[in-house]
Design a protein around this ligand. Structure first.
Ligand code: NAI
Length: 437
């Protein structure tokens, strides 16, 4: 980038008006199916809890995220946002956001590395008082290049497993200088978004991108964590033969007891029709595996970074490489086998050309949790300046459970689902150690 300041999306598109209209249409559709964000938006609009706050965000900028961004803005915040992946932005949605007087969006699909980081810098230039990340890039940029901002930052929120892992590593090194909520780790996020969201949207995206069926395929799921469980279950539900690879013995056992085949990747690679990684780790699929794979295998990744399938090693083995379909790159081996990489090995449910990300209902939950987490950061700072109590210390924090429950209650009410509550006697019984046989 030669420009000193990176321009917002509106300055980068040819037909901004048309893009804004289409982006708004996508946002309106999503919002109709987001009862949690709708309820919180009404509350924030009335109470303006974020008045005077500047929120800096690096997220997948598409319709559901955009509704979170607007929810914070109607609550009084000034928001600046960019993408958290070079391929996951919907430019029309980004343009629709940028049209809002309290929102600046720098997110653009297909940016190179320099542009990606220049856009993060542009968000940091707004001097955020709260950060909202998906993968921790904003926290990293502030700590590495703008430590002078840290004192005025109330805290941050982190959306995904990989971001929380990075933050915990930073915290253990004593390097994390403001509090961050591990939004990923709440039940309302992880048990739905990672499991159902990743399962449904990764499989749907691969099927739509390739026009191929799951039935009868050998589908190798790398990693049997929250995301892997969702992928395995939904692939089995579509009549695939699921094979799981794991490094953690209890998770391997869980997959085995669930009825899946469990084996090392070196063995699974020979059988695979599809390999889908969900580990958050690097080099899960490498040269020794590529050498054993069948002609026509599909390789895809649903983990946060594009390091799970080692594409450098694949490229080294390939004698030819070409675009087989939109979103599918074929790597041809010397013996004629074609190994097909979907969405450049980036998280497939968001980065493939036709990707829409998780279903709307699932993201309503995740972003409902994000919204109450931001509210808690602001309110805790207000509480502490009023009564001198401590706000959250620098470091990674679990979100208070009652806030996660609040989000669940809003959703249940919207779904018309009633549930029982503990009686006073039951509560006393559950909290007592004296009751026995
Ligand atoms: P998790 O920690 O629950 O699961 C990861 C699993 O992978 C663990 O069981 C671990 O033992 C296993 N693993 C690690 N290295 C491995 C290796 N070399 N071979 C086989 N297994 C290995 O994490 P979770 O929540 O399932 O997230 C996984 C990744 O997906 C993260 O990068 C996360 O950020 C990302 N994610 C992606 C989403 C999407 O929309 N595509 C949504 C939510 C999370």
């Amino acid at each position: 980038m030669s420009d000193e300041t990176y321009p917002p999306i509106s300055a980068q598109l040819d037909d901004v008006a048309a893009a804004r209209e289409e982006g708004r249409r996508k946002m309106d559709w999503a919002l109709q199916h987001m009862p949690i964000l709708s309820a919180l938006r009404e509350e924030f609009e009335a109470e303006k809890p974020f008045e005077g706050q500047r929120v800096g965000m690096a997220m997948h900028v598409e319709a559901k995220t955009a509704n979170l961004v607007e929810t914070l803005a109607v609550g009084g915040a000034e928001v600046a946002i960019t993408g958290c992946n070079p391929l996951s932005t919907h430019d029309d949605v980004s343009a629709a956001l940028d049209a809002h007087e309290d929102i600046t969006s720098y997110a653009k699909r297909g940016v190179d590395d320099d542009e990606y980081y220049a856009a993060i810098e542009a968000v940091v230039d707004h001097e955020p008082t709260v950060t909202v990340d998906d993968g921790m890039d904003m926290v990293a940029a502030i700590h590495e290049d703008h430590p002078e901002l840290i004192d005025s930052i109330l805290g941050g929120c982190e959306e995904t497993t990989t971001g929380v892992h990075r933050l915990r590593a930073m915290d253990a090194d004593g390097a994390l200088k403001y509090p961050v909520f591990a939004v990923n780790d709440t039940p309302m996020k992880r048990l739905f978004d990672n499991v159902h969201g990743t399962g449904e949207s990764s499989l749907a995206t691969i099927a739509m991108t390739t026009n191929l069926s799951w039935a009868g395929k050998n589908v190798v799921v790398g990693g049997y964590g929250y995301c892997g469980k969702g992928v395995a279950k939904k692939a089995a539900g579509q009549n695939a033969n699921v094979i799981v690879t794991e490094v953690e013995p209890r998770r391997a056992l869980e997959a085995h007891m669930e009825g899946y085949d469990v084996m090392p990747m070196a063995e699974a690679a020979e059988k695979a029709d599809v390999v889908l990684t969900t580990t958050g780790n690097r080099d899960v699929v490498t040269a020794e595996h590529f050498e054993r794979m069948k002609d026509g295998v599909l390789l895809a990744n649903a983990g946060h970074f594009d390091v799970e399938v080692n594409l450098d090693e694949l490229d080294d083995l390939a004698v030819d490489r070409y675009e087989a379909r939109d979103g599918v790159e074929a790597y041809e081996m010397a013996d004629g086998r074609r190994l097909n990489v979907v969405a450049e090995g980036r998280l497939v449910n968001l980065a493939a050309p036709i990707a829409l990300g998780h279903p709307v209902e699932v993201m309503d939950q995740s972003f409902g949790v994000q919204a109450v987490a931001v509210r808690e950061l602001v309110e805790s700072a207000e509480r502490s300046s009023a009564d001198g109590g401590d706000p959250y210390d620098p470091g990674v924090h679990d979100l208070p459970d009652e806030l996660d429950r609040e989000v669940a209650e809003i959703k249940l009410e919207a779904e018309g689902v009633a549930h029982d509550e503990l009686t006073a006697d039951q509560e006393e019984y559950m909290g007592s150690w004296q009751h026995g046989t």
